[in-house]
Ligand binder design. Structure first.
Ligand code: SAH
Ligand code: SF4
Length: 414
């Protein structure tokens, strides 16, 4: 197994000033991704596709038009083979076939809940030959007025939030833009949710995307940005930026860049209103404490009454769920275009936390609501498929990690 190049960016105990706006993005080194011999065009920008076409000898004058055609077939029609792309000449199709694919991540398992929630286990190539394949989960949650897909940005996570099971997983690697876009492609494939000739503009099932699966999206900024720009491109998948939410534990230097370069809705994993407690629950707080995080939220490009920032708050019994906490929360969010999402804690084996009592969650929620914030409590979805997974859970620790991740993802999505 390839050793992990560097562990979770070591978090120093002292807060420091914000770097200048042109400072390089904060990143952590992970295992490398080894490109496939025959690469998939999924996840490349239009100009990258044109460059690839140039590499296989397509004349410069044709590249733009060809990449537009490919874009349409891949992202509007969901073509899985070049042979389906009937507006492209046969010769060109077979040339493309020789060098590229339009492959998405391989689906190794699918589970469908009674409430319509679906969960896919996806297999991704590992860093080196012989190494076990990497896996991530992707969850689809249908509701009456929308269908939300919960997407992962990394295999595992380098951060170690004490209530999160992903945080206990061994770090593996960043996903590529193709693997992030690929999760949406897989969902549309499996749900039969591509535009066809009969319903070119028909209602789609996947209407919203939340970057709330495995991993810290702002520690894989470039890939997440490139992927979300493809997902929101209105000549392709066409999910508007207002329907895409990126959740971060608080990688402050990359928050402004998220607004400037991606322009999606922002969610903050707040979970505590005092630095002392947040240092324990969300240790990145030691590096970027509450005052800096909240300032970044005040400054978030594009935030407004109509485009509020979501503050996620997991309800942990006797830890962060007192009325004092609720009061401080309301005080702290003053002046920020905010909404609050209270999440019942999903316990996992070996955790030291418990979910708050229901009446405490209600009291907390009522206080926040009376202070003028909408404060929905998220109800877990897809419980029945989780019950089924619970049987697998005892077999391997790895599976149990994934099941926990899915449970969390389902509870998280609104
Ligand atoms: N890494 C990013 C995005 C993925 S986590 C982040 O932390 O924001 C999505 C949300 O699930 C986060 O708010 C996270 O704090 C929350 N979460 C993690 N473990 C949980 C658990 N066991 N129960 C409930 N919510 C949890
Ligand atoms: Fe990573 Fe988010 Fe879990 Fe924290 S809550 S360990 S940042 S996935």
């Amino acid at each position: 197994m390839t050793p992990v190049a560097a562990e979770a960016g070591s978090i120093d105990a002292h807060a420091h000033a914000l770097p200048p706006a042109d400072a390089p993005l904060e990143k952590v080194a992970l295992e490398t991704y080894v490109a496939l011999a025959k690469p998939s065009l999924i996840g490349l920008s239009r100009s990258e596709i044109a460059d690839e076409l140039g590499r296989i000898g397509v004349a410069a004058a044709q590249r733009k038009m060809r990449s537009q055609q490919l874009w349409h077939w891949m992202y509007v029609r969901g073509a899985r083979e070049f042979s389906e792309m009937s507006s492209i000449s046969k010769d060109m199709r077979s040339e493309l076939e020789k060098h590229f694919t339009v492959a998405r991540p391989e689906v190794v398992a699918e589970q469908i809940s009674n409430d319509g929630t679906r969960k896919w286990l996806l297999r991704l190539p590992s860093g080196t030959a012989g190494e076990k394949a990497h896996e991530v989960e992707c969850v689809y949650i249908p509701e009456t007025d929308r269908g939300t897909l919960c997407v992962s940005s990394q295999v595992g996570c380098t951060l170690t939030c004490s209530f999160c099971h992903t945080g206990t997983q061994r770090l593996v690697r960043n996903l590529t833009p193709g693997e992030i876009v690929g999760q949406i492609m897989v969902a549309r494939d499996r749900l039969n949710d591509w535009a066809d000739r009969e319903t070119p503009n028909g209602n789609r099932l996947v209407t919203n995307v939340v970057m709330m699966g495995m991993g810290e999206p702002l520690y894989n900024f470039d890939a997440v940005r490139d992927a979300l720009l493809i997902v929101s491109d209105n000549e392709g998948i066409g999910i508007s930026r207002r329907r895409i939410t990126l959740s971060t534990s608080g990688v402050v230097p990359n928050i402004k860049r998220t607004g400037d370069e991606i322009g999606v809705m922002l969610a903050i994993s707040l979970h505590a209103v005092r630095d002392e407690l947040r240092n324990e629950l969300v240790p990145i707080n030691k590096k970027y404490p509450l005052a800096e995080l909240l300032q970044a939220c005040r400054d978030y490009p594009g935030a407004s009454n109509a485009r509020r920032i979501t503050f996620e708050y997991v309800m942990l019994r006797g830890v962060n769920d007192s009325l004092e906490d609720a009061k401080l929360l309301v005080k702290m969010l003053k002046g920020i275009h905010a909404k609050i999402n209270l999440i019942p804690f999903n316990p996992w084996p070996g955790t030291r936390y418990e979910c708050s009592d229901w009446d405490q969650i209600e009291k907390f929620s009522e206080y926040v609501f009376n202070a003028g914030y909408s404060s929905p409590v998220r109800t877990p979805r897809g419980r029945d498929i989780l019950a089924a997974c619970g049987q697998l859970k005892s077999e391997t620790e790895k599976l149990s990690a994934r099941e926990r991740q899915a449970l969390r993802a389902m509870a998280m999505t609104d």
